[in-house]
Write a protein that binds this ligand. Structure first.
Ligand code: FMN
Length: 182
């Protein structure tokens, strides 16, 4: 019997009105789907309507749904945008709202910002270590100046395709390996 395909979630890290992350997420999914090696889906934090951690009794259905969604996934691609040299508050809140559902899985990061979102991505790597998520090395970095028209219409340069392929190769290999220890 063949192993079922890995399930990889493409997590949109921003939730604000007018965000560009859905455009980037669709681009990631388009490249990923062509591979046929895993089931890729976009996971939009905004859909879960998570409250701010610690401000409610935790009974909002979105909290359980968020944990169930993460638990159903074998790996992640984080679409990360840089806010004040770090990740968004929404992504940090969503990361904090789960624990075991993250553990022993792999992740890749695609980031954007004025310097490719590099500072936000490096902050995320520190957080992922605590959540026992193994973050892969290859990291496509998109520039707000050259990969977006007017900072809002996503038009990625061709060169990112190579990095995307390498990153997805790594996420798949590590997601498959880590599945064996869960
Ligand atoms: C509150 C805030 C802070 C920001 N700080 C930075 C920053 O420190 N570095 C940077 O490169 N871009 C920064 N930006 C620009 C964002 O990276 C850019 O607006 C990007 O499109 C945000 O992603 P989103 O459209 O998916 O929300 C900031 C944007 C916001 C809203």
């Amino acid at each position: 019997m063949t192993n079922p395909k890995l399930k990889i979630g493409i997590i949109l890290g921003s939730t604000r009105d007018g965000r560009v992350s859905p455009q980037v997420g669709e681009w990631v999914k388009g490249i990923a789907d062509q591979r046929g090696d895993a089931d890729y889906e976009i996971v939009d934090i905004a859909d879960y309507k998570l409250p701010f951690l610690g401000t409610t009794d935790g009974s909002e259905p979105g909290i359980a749904a968020w944990n169930q969604k993460l638990a159903s996934l074998d790996g992640f691609v984080f679409v990360v945008q840089e806010y004040n040299h770090s990740i968004t508050g929404a992504l940090k809140n969503a990361l904090d709202f789960a624990r075991e559902a993250w553990n022993d899985k792999a992740a890749g990061i695609v980031s954007y910002g004025s310097t490719g979102g590099a500072r936000a991505a490096e902050h995320l790597r520190g957080i992922l270590g605590e959540l026992k998520v193994a973050d892969v090395r290859t990291h496509p970095t998109l520039s707000l100046f050259t990969d977006f028209e007017n900072g809002s219409v996503f038009k990625p340069a061709d060169l990112h395709q190579t990095n995307m392929t390498a990153m997805l190769d790594e996420v798949n290999a590590w997601s498959g390996a880590l599945k064996t220890i869960r």
